[in-house]
Design a binder for this molecule. Structure first.
Ligand code: FPP
Ligand code: MG
Length: 284
């Protein structure tokens, strides 16, 4: 049994509803701000760490629902740079939770491969403890060839920090003559970021803020806010979010047929190489 993808959590009737929803347009990239773990813990008189563990269990159910819905990309906000300001006890518990779950993922890699899940951890990895940084790098390398569902985990992440890291990469590219300033445009900036544009963003727990999540990417995203606490999120909440998307989605963008300048393509390859080198460096 996989810990990351919860099996047997969809009833026959729910599967039927998923099929009905799939006759309409389903978002190709959905992002979640998984909020409300500590309020859930308080409500149920358990400690905060248990609340976060329940939050992880909910993520594994949500991934199964997304796989059944045929959604190819899911991004979750699992740890913000701001979260480092929480008590040492809570930060340590969250880091330990991540360590345990990423280690489980490597231990069950055959099942992850069977599900076709690729894991990409996006954020300022240099802020993580060394053992966790090495572990997430191993997870990314181990799953890089899977292509049924890409799971982006925003960890030690904020949207503004992501934009500033992309700016630094572009400046390095200019300094190393890999890109000329006149080729820097919106497309190049988008492609220099860690994360792509979600079509639907869901935030739980009644908060209606963005909390510095994917700021560049959500310019055209449908937003859905629900009062339910993340550990109590159900498949019905997810289907309601998708119906909201179906009612409010902007028209599908026509494929950009403009040829990308050769220099830009080369620069993007250079970025890919740099990312790969960084991962290998973290592992060794
Ligand atoms: C927000 O609720 C949740 C977090 C800061 C942590 C989210 C992490 C998980 C769901 C586990 C994911 C783990 C991995 C390894 C992917 P909160 O703490 O802000 O709760 P509150 O809003 O009720 O205070
Ligand atoms: Mg919160």
């Amino acid at each position: 049994m996989s810990l990351w993808i919860k099996e047997n959590c969809v009833s026959f009737f729910q599967l039927f509803c998923i099929k009905v929803i799939k006759t309409g347009r389903v978002p190709q990239h959905i992002a979640f701000i998984m909020d409300g773990n500590r309020r859930y813990a308080k409500k149920n008189s358990v400690d905060k760490s248990t609340g976060h563990h329940k939050g992880f269990d909910k993520l594994s159910e949500t991934l199964k629902w997304c796989l059944d819905l045929g959604i190819p990309e899911v991004t979750v906000y699992a740890f913000s740079i701001e979260n480092f300001k929480r008590s040492k006890e809570e930060v340590d518990a969250l880091m330990e939770l991540a360590r345990e779950k990423f280690q489980n993922l490597l231990d069950e890699i055959d099942q992850i491969d069977e599900w076709g899940v690729r894991v990409h951890v996006a954020g300022r990895l240099s802020l993580l403890p060394e053992h966790l940084r090495s572990l997430v790098s191993k997870v990314m390398l181990a799953t890089k060839d899977n292509n049924r569902l890409c799971l982006n985990i925003a960890y030690a992440y904020t949207g503004r920090d992501e934009i500033s890291r992309a700016a630094s990469r572009i400046i390095d590219g200019v300094k190393e003559n890999k890109i000329s300033p006149e080729n820097i445009d919106e497309e190049l900036i988008s492609q220099s970021l860690d994360l792509g544009e979600p079509e639907l963003l869901v935030r739980t727990s009644g908060e209606v803020r963005l909390s510095d999540f994917m700021l560049w990417q959500i310019s055209n995203t449908v937003l859905y806010f629900t009062d339910v606490l993340w550990p109590e999120f159900t498949i019905w909440n997810l289907l309601a979010a998708i119906i909201h998307f179906q009612r409010n989605a902007p028209p599908i963008k026509a494929e950009d047929t403009n040829e990308t300048a050769h220099e830009k393509e080369e620069f993007l390859k250079y970025l890919e190489q740099r990312r790969a080198q960084e991962l290998t460096k973290y592992i060794s």
